[in-house]
Design a protein around this ligand. Structure first.
Ligand code: ZN
Length: 73
């Protein structure tokens, strides 16, 4: 995957979290319960059946990480 910022080839790796990888619009008081937060999105893209890991592309030049996800809840 090419970095959308600089065009360099990105390195594929993983981001893992014991309690699942979750995006929330507001920081949650307890990280382990983030999936229960309002508007939360559990990020999953096939890296693990239990949603505790996602594939993530890293650009070492721009120091950015990109995560594609497919789930909406
Ligand atoms: Zn870049």
């Amino acid at each position: 995957m090419k970095c959308p910022y600089c065009g360099s080839e990105m390195e594929l790796g993983y981001i893992q979290c014991r309690d699942g990888v979750t995006w929330t619009p507001k920081k949650q008081p307890i990280a382990a319960l983030s999936a229960l937060g309002r508007g939360s999105i559990t990020l999953a893209n096939g890296a693990a059946d239990n949603a505790r890991a996602v594939y993530a592309y890293r650009c070492s030049h721009c120091r950015k990480v990109i995560i594609d996800y497919s789930s909406d809840t």
